[in-house]
Design a protein. Structure first.
Length: 253
């Protein structure tokens, strides 16, 4: 950085002040670069985690779940083919079939939260409808979508809605959940509220911390309003293209 004057001498300590300003400017540029790199890194972590979950879902569905179903069907087939006098054998086969069915149910519980197939095939709308139908607390759903959003945004929207519904059912003592979703204009906006007891506090280590990390990693914003006795409202906005993290002017990756 240089400075010159065509109108007399420069003021005293002009060089020192210029050096200090240049140092401050360099620090600001470095901070901007660091923030951009951090945002890109967090977005890559979310993308890697989502891909791992999708791979796990495929492995579970195509592997162990199918084998358990096949074994349970085979056990019941053998049970029906066994001669009637062999009551003890029939009872053992029936217990085997029931045990395999229980193992399959437990496996499905373990894999709870993995993106459902209709999220991948049909998008966020059908997935949220299925989520609302399964909810223990009635969900009033109002949705508006344009073109499909990015897969990371849709998965984030699904997990946010799932976590909010689960919290309302477990802790809020709510009688109804109101969920409004807008996926138009290149932004996904979710507003989820309940009429429960309120008092949700992300600082106490609830699942809201994980939601906050995911939303911010995708370049979005999240706010929680939960006054005691007046329910909880969760408001989230996510950009349609979270992987596009803007770099500062003149910065080359």
């Amino acid at each position: 950085m240089t400075i010159a004057s065509t109108d007399g001498c420069l003021p005293d300590r002009a060089e020192d002040r210029l050096a200090e300003f240049t140092e401050l400017l360099g620090t600001a540029i470095a901070n901007t670069q660091s923030r951009a790199e951090l945002s890109a890194s967090r977005a890559r972590i979310v993308a890697a985690a989502d891909e791992t979950r999708r791979r796990l879902e495929r492995d579970l569905h195509d592997g162990i779940q199918q084998r358990l179903v096949s074994l349970a069907l085979k056990a019941r087939t053998i049970e029906t083919m066994t001669p009637q006098p062999a009551d003890e054998i029939q009872g053992e086969l029936l217990q085997l079939a029931d045990g395999l069915g229980t193992a399959l149910d437990e496996l499905r519980e373990i894999s709870h939260g993995i993106p459902p197939g209709h999220l991948v095939r049909g998008g966020l709308g059908p997935a949220l409808e299925a989520l609302a139908r399964r909810s223990a607390v009635p969900v009033e759903l109002d949705m508006k979508f344009g073109p499909r959003l990015g897969e990371h945004v849709e998965e984030a929207g699904y997990y946010i809605a799932s976590e909010a519904i689960t919290n309302a059912a477990k802790y809020a003592q709510a009688s109804v959940i109101d969920m409004r979703v807008d996926g138009c204009d290149g932004v996904l906006t979710l507003s989820i509220s309940d009429d429960g007891v309120g008092g949700a506090d992300p600082s106490r280590g609830s699942g809201l911390i994980g939601l906050k990390d995911r939303v911010e990693a995708l370049g979005g914003t999240i706010s929680v309003q939960s006054p005691p006795g007046h329910g909880t409202t969760l408001h989230v906005q996510l950009p349609a293209d979270p992987m596009a993290v803007p770099a500062p002017p003149g910065f080359r990756r």
